[in-house]
Write a protein that binds this ligand. Structure first.
Ligand code: GLC
Ligand code: CA
Length: 555
């Protein structure tokens, strides 16, 4: 965006908090809002500009808050509205904005709208959800002697099983793309849309800094034709919501869009501000699974392809949209375990991955604990909590998969890898809670924790701190053009960034083996802005997982 005014969120680094696992202030084993308030100094020290809070709204917690029963209240396990106001105000004093996580594709089945909706077809709220009659002759709903037909169509839930649930009271099926306790909202209903916009405006007036929009690519669906993502009405609805709410303030808005392509992202993140600030796209996350299968069906990461996906997004959105940059979140494995080496070179590879991401154009997101180099876990099945993972385990056991194979998928891709408590110090339960944590801690907290990281000047934490500071210093990181280097190289991820005055080379060795490459002359006298070894230089030699950013002034 060289010629246009840069927006605050284009220069920002955003930190994601998964509240139930962040910090527990009252010893009930669950992280809460007062816990976040206590840890604001830590986040300020890291240097982040905004916090994306995974949902803290009132919820039966079937999917850890992604099933909302009241959008205008805080769940008592997290606190109350006063705590929320306090968090917004305290964060503001430290220059940190709060981003709420809006789940608008579905609500909880305990939301008053749904409780009304299921009473009868004539109820005024019935049409707030997606209902269909049973179909004679289609696959039968269990116990369906009582129902007038089988499933309306073949749609499956992302959390296993059919996406339809029968409600005898009103004699219809409702759609749920996620759990049965997450009925899909009917965006075709203008009353529902209006209620949502009013709710969003109520939060804007409370002073929030923006919104993350859960699975937003699903709201414009065409159910009868089984078109769920990127449905025909998606962008019209987003534009309507944006002008009715988001555009009233200087917010950041980021949509979760598993199906996004660069062409779609031009719409979502159009610089004219008509839709959202940016989307989370997942193309780089979907590469290490067998084509056409589920995320649990593992495949090795095609590294060159991985780099090309980044190049495609970096180049196509340049001045036409805006990227979000991330390698993990609450649904994904830990970045260092997924893409780095979480054993011998944990620290080096965590810093290398951070260099690769923070050198690109877009808004970087740090998922809690990523700045400590937190790793995946290997628990017994009884110790897991995630509904997606548990449903998959059950389904695959029934289908006769080897238990070992199922567990390997869980260790590699399970969402609970990211959801173990934040590791604050070496005291019991990682200093996360004085009670019993809702999910077991990663036993490596005695070595990997924030207290250690804060005293160690070479920690992953301090490396992130430097990277965040660099983004404030070097305009080229915000506005420079991205060009891949050594694109077909199977070990090194390298690219340049360039604006009118500066040129930057980002070099990352993704392997444990040392590498030697010939660098272009222009870099020889470059300045090493940051690197993960104390004595890195631009000589083309890279030690295990070595990474650096080299800058030259154009002249
Ligand atoms: C999104 C959330 C995930 C949740 C799902 C259903 O993918 O990130 O945690 O389970 O939507 O709301
Ligand atoms: Ca608590």
């Amino acid at each position: 965006m060289e010629n246009k005014k840069t927006k605050w969120w284009q220069k920002a680094v955003i930190y994601q908090i998964y509240p139930r696992s962040f910090y527990d202030s009252n010893a009930d084993g669950i992280g809460d809002l007062q816990g976040i308030i206590k840890k604001l100094p830590y986040l300020q020290e890291l240097g982040i500009d905004a916090i994306w809070l995974s949902p803290v709204f009132r919820s039966p917690q079937d999917d850890n808050g992604y099933d909302i029963s009241d959008y205008q209240d805080i769940d008592p396990i997290f606190g109350n509205l006063q705590d929320m106001d306090e968090l917004i105000a305290e964060a503001k004093k430290r220059g940190i904005r709060i981003i709420m996580d809006l789940v608008l594709n579905h609500s909880s089945d305990e939301h008053p709208w749904f409780l009304e909706a299921k009473k009868s077809k004539d109820n005024p709220y019935h049409d707030y959800y997606v209902w269909r009659d049973g179909i004679e002759g289609s696959e039968a709903f269990p116990g369906s002697e009582a129902s007038p037909g089988g499933y309306p169509n073949d749609l499956k839930s992302a959390f296993c099983g059919p996406a339809w649930e029968w409600v005898p009271e009103c004699g219809q099926y409702y759609l749920h793309q996620f759990s049965v306790k997450q009925p899909d909202l009917n965006w075709e209903n203008p009353k529902l849309r209006k209620a949502i916009y009013d709710m969003i405006n109520w939060w804007i007036d409370r002073g929030v800094g923006g919104f993350r929009l859960d699975v937003i690519d699903l709201i414009g669906k065409d159910t009868d034709n089984c078109v769920m993502a990127e449905g025909p009405m998606l962008h019209p609805y987003i534009r309507e919501m944006s002008s009715a709410a988001f555009q009233r303030a200087d917010l950041v808005t980021v949509g979760e869009a598993w199906s996004a392509t660069p062409e779609r992202a031009f719409l979502y993140s159009n610089p004219d501000g008509s839709e959202l600030s940016m989307v989370f796209q997942f193309e780089h996350m979907l590469l290490d699974q067998q084509p056409g299968k589920e995320k649990w069906d593992l495949a090795p990461l095609p590294f060159v392809e991985f780099k090309k996906v980044f190049t495609k997004w970096q180049q196509s959105l340049y001045q036409k949209g805006w990227n979000s940059l991330f390698l993990d979140n609450h649904d994904l494995p830990r970045a260092v375990s997924h893409f780095g080496n979480d054993e011998k070179y944990r620290v080096e590879s965590a810093k290398m991955l951070a260099t690769m991401i923070h050198g690109m154009q877009g808004t970087p997101y740090i998922y809690q604990g990523e700045e400590l180099g937190m790793t995946n876990v290997r628990f017994d099945i009884e110790e897991y909590r995630d509904i997606e993972l548990l449903n998959m385990y059950k389904e695959r056991m029934e289908k006769g998969y080897e238990e070992q194979e199922i567990m390997r998928s869980i260790y590699t891709k399970g969402r609970d890898n990211a959801r173990t408590p934040m590791q604050w110090d070496e005291s019991p339960n990682a200093g996360f809670t004085a009670g019993t944590p809702w999910i077991r801690c990663n036993p490596n907290y005695t070595v990997i924790n924030a207290q250690e990281a804060l005293v160690d000047q070479d920690s992953v934490f301090h490396y992130y701190q430097k990277l965040i500071a660099l983004r404030k210093q070097e305009a080229v990181l915000i506005e420079g053009w991205y060009e891949p280097v050594m694109e077909e190289d199977t070990d090194i991820f390298a690219y340049t960034r360039e604006n009118g005055t500066d040129k930057l080379l980002v070099l990352c060795n993704f392997k444990e083996q040392p590498q030697t490459r010939t660098l272009a002359e222009e870099w020889k006298n470059g300045e090493v802005l940051i690197s993960n070894y104390p004595d890195s230089c631009a000589d083309g030699k890279l030690r295990p997982y070595e990474a650096m950013m080299i800058k030259v002034r154009k002249g």
